[in-house]
Write a protein that binds this ligand. Structure first.
Ligand SMILES: [Zn+2]
Length: 140
């Protein structure tokens, strides 16, 4: 095995190892469902993005918006972020990033309120939190 000579080679190796590790974790834990939801039993801020993207790719804008209304704004923010990053305008980049984060959190909180309107403890079944809760003795 040859030693890695340049910083670029070391960086590439680190990126590849990280990607391989994440892929291994993905396979190990069978995380084709949301890892956040798998652990806590509640949806994460990005839950629905994949389904929204699939619906959008299939031309169903209405379904896409119902799965996650911030998919298109997220794509726009991403493009704006890349443009601002390339132009070295860090202030504009940060503004876009913070607006996007705020929008994601506000939408997540709204969706959690809707989610918890019909929430029961049995909704935690299958999540790691649900498994922990099942060990707590409940009064009858
Ligand atoms: Zn999620």
């Amino acid at each position: 095995m040859t030693p890695l000579n340049t910083a670029a080679e070391r960086k590439r190796k680190t990126v590849l190892q990280t990607a391989a590790g994440l892929f291994f974790c993905f396979l190990l834990f069978r995380i084709w469902k949301c890892p956040f939801r798998l652990i806590f039993g509640i949806p994460c801020p990005g839950c629905g993005m994949s389904r929204a993207l699939l619906a959008l790719v299939h031309g169903d804008l209405k379904a896409s918006l119902s799965f996650h209304p911030l998919l298109i704004p997220t794509a726009l923010c991403l493009m704006l972020g890349v443009v601002f990053w390339k132009k070295n305008s860090r202030k504009a980049y940060r503004a876009v990033l913070y607006i996007w984060i705020a929008a994601m959190i506000i939408l997540w909180l709204i969706r959690l309120v809707i989610f918890f309107e019909t929430f029961t403890l049995s909704d935690l079944n299958g999540s790691l939190l649900g498994i922990l809760v099942s060990y707590i003795p409940m009064p009858l």
